[in-house]
Design a binder for this molecule. Structure first.
Ligand code: GRG
Length: 290
């Protein structure tokens, strides 16, 4: 049986290939904008959200071709959010994936436009996908838009930036991480489940799984931020003054990771033996050092 690490490698190749087809430019006047988009879209992202879409698709026997636009869309949204997050008036980060942040290479104006361009392209490619029925396109794009909006990434980012003055408590941190990080995992799973004709109960289980795994993933991010080295992790470290680690310390944060992971695994027991790739995904995400 092929290992999940191998499947991730295949996913990276496929997603890079498909993304290149969506991001084309025949207009010389837009050269710098496209360079900025390509710079961040092809700078070594792990592509774990597309992998999650494919695992859910396989679980429900949905053909891969029906999941391609969604998998590319979540990666576009993710990349758009990273470009915007790094801007000086946001997280003011200098490095991302081992390279200078987008705005340091192309300028803040171009980086902001690249982010919005990628974000809107994500909705466009799902809406134009001939593999999906109109009903599914509507449901998927509604989910993607809600995930980005004020009740999703934007809301999480707002709380992160605007409540950064005082110490954050566990519930504020959970809000931030659920909305900034877990929400795109949740939508990757639930939108793939919609495409695969999942039942309501299956969708809810996948959402719970993704939420718990997303939180565990973010706490690990906090641990790497506090203990990793910039070269290995590939981004500016030590910026998260208020994090699970500063609130609870490394040991308790590690316990929380185990707790959220166990909760994630418990919720997918409804899939019986077919839940193995989801368990393997949890292990893969939590064994990372970057
Ligand atoms: C414009 C879409 C958009 C959003 C505006 C800026 C913002 C609101 C939200 C920021 C969200 C953010 C950057 C969350 C961090 C999530 C996270 C843990 C990223 C790291 O994910 P990995 O490890 O990254 O999958 P790679 O580099 O592998 O792709």
């Amino acid at each position: 049986m092929e290992t999940l690490a191998h499947q991730l490698q295949e996913t990276r190749i496929l997603i890079d290939h498909e993304l290149k087809k969506y991001i084309t430019n025949g207009q010389p006047l837009l050269k710098d904008l496209h360079e900025s988009i390509n710079y961040s879209l092809f700078s070594g992202g792990k592509r774990i959200r597309p992998l999650f879409c494919f695992i859910v698709g396989d679980l429900l026997n949905a053909p891969r071709r029906k999941l391609i636009s969604l998998a590319c869309a979540v990666e576009m949204i993710h990349t758009a959010s990273l470009i915007m997050d790094d801007l000086p008036h946001m997280d003011d980060a200098k490095m991302r994936r081992g390279k200078p942040a987008n705005h340091l290479v192309f300028g803040q104006d171009v980086a902001a436009l690249a982010s919005i361009g990628l974000l809107t392209k994500a909705y466009e490619i799902v809406l134009k996908d001939p593999e999906l029925s109109d009903e599914k396109k509507t449901k998927v794009v509604a989910k993607l838009a809600a995930t980005v909006g004020t009740e999703g990434l934007v809301g999480g980012q707002f709380v992160d930036l605007h409540y950064s003055k005082g110490p954050k408590d566990q519930s504020a941190l959970e809000y931030i991480h659920t909305h900034k990080t877990a929400s795109l995992f949740i939508t990757s799973g639930s939108a793939a489940a919609i495409i695969g004709d999942a039942t309501e109960m299956q969708i809810r289980a996948l959402e719970q799984y993704a939420k718990n795994l997303g939180l565990a993933f973010q706490i690990l991010d906090d641990i790497l931020d506090a203990t990793g080295n910039t070269e290995e992790v590939g981004k500016t470290l030590g910026k998260d003054e208020e994090s699970f680690v500063s609130l609870h310390g490394i040991e308790k944060s590690q316990l929380l990771i185990n707790q959220y992971t166990q909760e994630a695994i418990d919720t997918i027991s409804i899939f019986d033996d077919k839940n193995k790739p989801l368990i393997a995904l949890g292990n893969l995400l939590l064994s990372r050092n970057m």
